[in-house]
Design a protein around this ligand. Sequence first.
Ligand code: BT5
Length: 302
Amino acid sequence: MTRRAILEALSDGPIAGPAIAEELGISRAAVWKHVETLREAGLEIESGPDGYELVAVTGYDGPAIECGLEAPFTVEYHDSIGSTNDRARELAAAGASDVAVVADEQTGGRGRLGRAWESPAGGIWTSVLLRPTTSPANAARFTFAAAVAVARTAREAGVDARIKWPNDVVVDGDKLAGILTEMEGEAGRISWLVVGIGLNADVDPDVLPAGTTSLRAEGGDVDRRIALQGILEGLYDRRDLDVLGEWRELSTTLGRRVRISTADGTVEGEAVDVTDTGALVVETADGRETVTTGDCEHLRPA
Ligand code: BT5
């Protein structure tokens, strides 16, 4: 966390090296080394008569993403990795928490049920490791909180994003983002929870499966650092909140005719509500059904 503290001091700069050293209880040489590392990571740090000052942040890596991030996550950045969810699970097994694993590219990105998630360079691929003190029954809330955070961030980037149950963010029906929440828990208690978020940011949808889109393709702002910070802060701020109201507001599924394929068959009808455990309530020809999870297709009005 020293690097983070130095970054904060530099953002409020100019500040003299010895003053930083004193404030953080480290040596002047250590301050100098940290500053050099940050410069190598692409942060523009000027040194003038009054000391160091952070003047610009460019790039997309750990220090750049942590700079100005208003959520207490450590960012572990990889140019390329198999799956950020797999890496976050490894970190969970090693006892870590509050880490966001971020990659420019994934070579083995995963969706639900072992499906592949295409993750070319330029996307936002991240997995946030949390240890919430709640029961496994509440895990879906984190998927919902992530969906709200992603949809809001995309909307701030100028894209008309909405949430599609259970785990997508879409623009006019085309998939912009997907969420994969995984966890380990027992006896009414979550041990760790990993929220995997894939957002097609600065990506050409031509290299993605049909029916997908990206921030770039929708003419949105594709500053990944700003977008990712928005998502991480949005998720963090909602970690203990009831997000159902916000989810309902941003949902494009509620009020529609849907067909949901589940392991037990197909449910068709009008999506009328979601429950606080993330299930979809569907008004079918035979009455109301509550569907825990599945693949949801939006149908044209009957
Ligand atoms: C999801 O699964 O939508 C969850 C995707 C989660 C991806 C993130 S990226 C960071 C983290 N690390 C990982 O390894 N995973 C998470 P599902 O609802 O099962 O949808 C999967 C389907 O989406 C695929 O079968 C394709 O049809 C489609 N798809 C694949 N790549 C896509 C992409 N980049 N954009 C939109 N749709 C895609």
